[in-house]
Design a protein. Sequence first.
Length: 263
Amino acid sequence: MNAHAKINLALVAGPVRADGKHEVTTVLQRVELADRIELEPGEQLRVDGFAGDTLVGRALERVAAAAGADPHWAVQIDKEIPVAAGLGGGSSDAATALRLANETLEKPLSPEALHTLAAELGADVPFFLREGPQLGEGDGSDLTPLDLPQSYTVLLVVPAAETKLSTAAVYAAFDERRGEEGYEQRREQLLTALAAGDLAAFPPNDLASSPLADELRALGAFRADVSGAGPAVYALFDDPAQTQAAAARMDARGLVWVGSPAW
């Protein structure tokens, strides 16, 4: 089963909540770029194909415990999504493994129980159990389906010279610069743009920025920004020819991918 990457079409962050997490309002959209997850019954829990995995194994242990079963699954991960790039590859892999494992249980967990379990693994994981673009609120795991345009082309660039800071470090920097100030106004700007279906009017990412986004807009993108905490930068184009031209210009800057939104 494909485990698609995501981009944050918008990410507005606010103050720290009572649970220690930050209040966020984010727009989540799948893209065609995907890992491949295969799961079948096994003698014990085994995850192959990606030595850095911790989340898929944890997800399977938790779904087994919730169902009162043993985690006897063999999983193969074929990675295509760049690791630690802000594209949600680990979360997508975990959600896909949860869905596949749940289907093998004698008494599968309800969608609500699976959502709760997914949210405990990470704020992005529940999104990958849903279909279509979603508005994430609260810590990002409170989801509402969105009806957004899907006719654009997506260009992703993962800059070669940049590495992702830990999420904790990104939020620490956000807090240090008092980034939560003006959260309600930025949230209202996002919700107004959402109501109009105007992706170009979404506010910029509160957590990370990149000069590549400016370059991509100059090359014809109607929306360009960092996804999540980065470092991946996405650009949305109405004209596929402009997308390919921009991809050629970005080829020397890092990993480049061109494709479409996915449902």
